[in-house]
Design a protein around this ligand. Structure first.
Ligand code: VG1
Ligand code: CO
Length: 538
């Protein structure tokens, strides 16, 4: 039975860089989730349409997914394709949207943010492109959330999400699918699995940290069962509601255990981790860390080693904040090169229009046009394929890369929990300074360009401004922007890049120290936020 329930708006349902992300306690408020979903439905008109649905298994997934299903029936959805038990990684969902030609999909996740009752919850909405909706659509949805007065829901028992296959709920079809099978097939079609199998058979050692999040079952199946990595290579592989207390963000700070393993005695040959919803990756060698920016450059430089790309790639794109390492590779290979605002949605038009094949962000995201989201396991398989094809170690591959292209020492400094108005004022003040910085000498640097970054999408011609950049004459850079994924307060991100052609074995923290000082000064960070140091350095 379909019910129409009266509701009143919540003021804060604007999507950020990647969907809506809020404290679980906020989402638990009565009608909060329903309001947001109905607002999306009011915009996308779901009658007669088909959507993919899943989540990363975090707290409230099980409740929210049932609500979603009942609201979908009441809003006339024709069919839902749901990952068994409600699980789907973000990349697996994007794959299903494209493979099954659906009208879009929903992943219940706050990605790399912590989960649990005291953690975060979130919703990512993707269109038929397989990528997250545009700024324009997300603004329309936000407008709906401000005026919403009722939502529709079907009053039925909870649906059994364990049973694979087709079931019917009123007039809607529900197809429960194995969340792993199609994803594995796609990976087998991209990479040389036989070659990677040989690598593991030869005794190559590997440690993968799924961080108690959604990629655990995918990683066990692909790396251990199919490719033959030793049992136990994949750790923290059971998805947990609170990620076992871990912050499922694969970086040197939060993936502590894996980092200890990779930098300890008897370190395995290769280490990797993924985030909550499986779209981010961290790459490690024996006592060696590869920055995500370098990883993107190295993968791009080696595209010819991968079966799916060996006949050539269209081009590559990075978010503006990502280091310029990949720009030098694009030049060398004479392929297209684009710089977009932060957020994977900006890559979608470039991929759809065949301008690019690869793309990446400094925030541990790399991917290709096989789907329209970043893909954690894809990046790991890419590295394994390169290692298997060249017989070189992670460190060797990276050092040879620096020798050829120079090294972009790169670090990101996050200043968390700043009051929103303080953060906005800081950015405004900085913006007013930009025109004055050009040509100025700052310490041992000279500013070549200082500007607010504006991106014009070559396909839909929409314009987006996102953060500011100060580019030095030697190619070094400082980038400032506010995070669009924090669930409370504001986070200021300062990205630093020091380009070196010859000094290749420096300590990254030391190499960016002068740039950090300059950034602290020009943005007046201590004076305005009271913070002498960043909260997180990655
Ligand atoms: C962060 C990252 C950005 C990434 C986004 C979503 O956004 O910086 O590069 O695309 O998270 O990642 P922000 O606005 O907080 O800087 V995920 O793993 O949520 O899909
Ligand atoms: Co993610």
């Amino acid at each position: 039975m379909i019910k129409t329930i009266k509701t009143t708006p919540y003021a804060d349902q604007k999507m950020g860089t990647a969907g809506l992300r809020r404290k679980s306690k906020v989402v638990l408020q009565e009608r909060y989730f329903e309001n947001f979903i109905q607002s999306i439905f009011n915009v996308i008109k779901p009658e007669g349409k088909t959507y993919v649905l899943g989540g990363d298994g975090r707290f409230y997934n099980d409740v929210a997914i049932q609500k979603f299903i009942k609201m979908a029936v009441a809003n006339g959805v024709k069919k839902l394709i749901i990952g068994q038990k409600g699980y789907l990684s973000t990349p697996a969902s994007s794959n299903l949207i494209l493979k099954m030609h659906t009208d879009g999909g929903f992943v219940l996740t706050a990605s790399h943010n912590p989960g649990g009752e005291n953690g975060d919850f979130g919703i990512k909405y993707a269109t038929e492109t397989g990528g997250q909706c545009s700024e324009k659509v997300s603004n329309e949805i936000f407008e709906q959330t401000k005026t919403i007065s009722e939502y529709k829901i079907c009053d039925v028992e909870d649906i059994n999400l364990s049973q694979l296959g087709l079931q019917k709920l009123e007039n809607m079809e529900i197809l429960i699918v194995d969340p792993i099978k199609d994803y594995v097939e796609m990976m087998e079609n991209i990479f040389d699995f036989a070659l990677i199998k040989k690598l593991f058979a030869s005794g190559f050692t590997f440690a993968f940290d799924a961080m108690n999040a959604v990629t655990g079952p995918y990683a066990v199946e692909i790396f251990e069962n199919i490719l033959g990595a030793k049992k136990g290579s994949v750790r923290n592989f059971v998805p947990m509601k609170d990620f076992g207390g871990l912050h499922p963000d694969p970086n040197l700070v939060y993936a502590k255990d894996l980092v200890a393993t990779m930098f300890g005695d008897n370190a395995p040959d290769f280490g990797a981790a993924n985030d909550g919803d499986g779209d981010r990756n961290m790459i490690l060698g024996k006592k060696f860390f590869v920055t995500p920016s370098d990883s993107l450059a190295i993968l791009t430089d080696n595209y010819n080693l991968i079966p799916a790309y060996k006949n050539g790639i269209y081009g590559v794109a990075k978010s503006m904040a990502t280091s310029t390492a990949v720009e030098r590779v694009a030049k060398e290979h004479k392929i297209g090169y684009y710089e977009v605002p932060t957020g994977w949605k900006y890559f979608v038009n470039l991929m759809d229009s065949k301008r690019i094949t690869f793309c990446g962000e400094e925030s541990f995201g790399t991917g290709s046009s096989h789907i329209r989201e970043k893909d954690g396991i894809w990046a790991v398989l890419f590295w394994l394929n390169i290692i298997a094809a060249t017989g070189k170690s992670v460190e060797q591959i990276t050092r040879e890369h620096w020798k050829k292209y120079g090294r972009s020492y790169y670090m990101r400094f996050d200043f968390d929990g700043i009051a929103t108005d303080v953060a906005n004022d800081l950015m405004k003040n900085l913006e007013s300074k930009m025109p004055l910085l050009s040509g100025k000498e700052l310490g041992s640097f000279k500013v070549a360009l200082a500007e607010v970054f504006t991106y014009k999408d070559p396909v839909d011609l929409s314009e987006t401004t996102n953060g500011m950049r100060v580019v030095m004459e030697d190619g070094s850079r400082i980038v400032f922007r506010l995070s669009g994924t924090s669930s409370s307060g504001a986070t200021l991100r300062v990205y630093l890049e020091k380009l070196e052609r010859n000094k290749l074995d420096g300590e990254p923290r030391e190499m960016v120290q002068e740039l950090l000082q300059i950034a602290m000064e020009i943005a007046e960070i201590e004076k305005r936020t009271g913070k002498k140091h960043a909260d997180i350095e990655t």
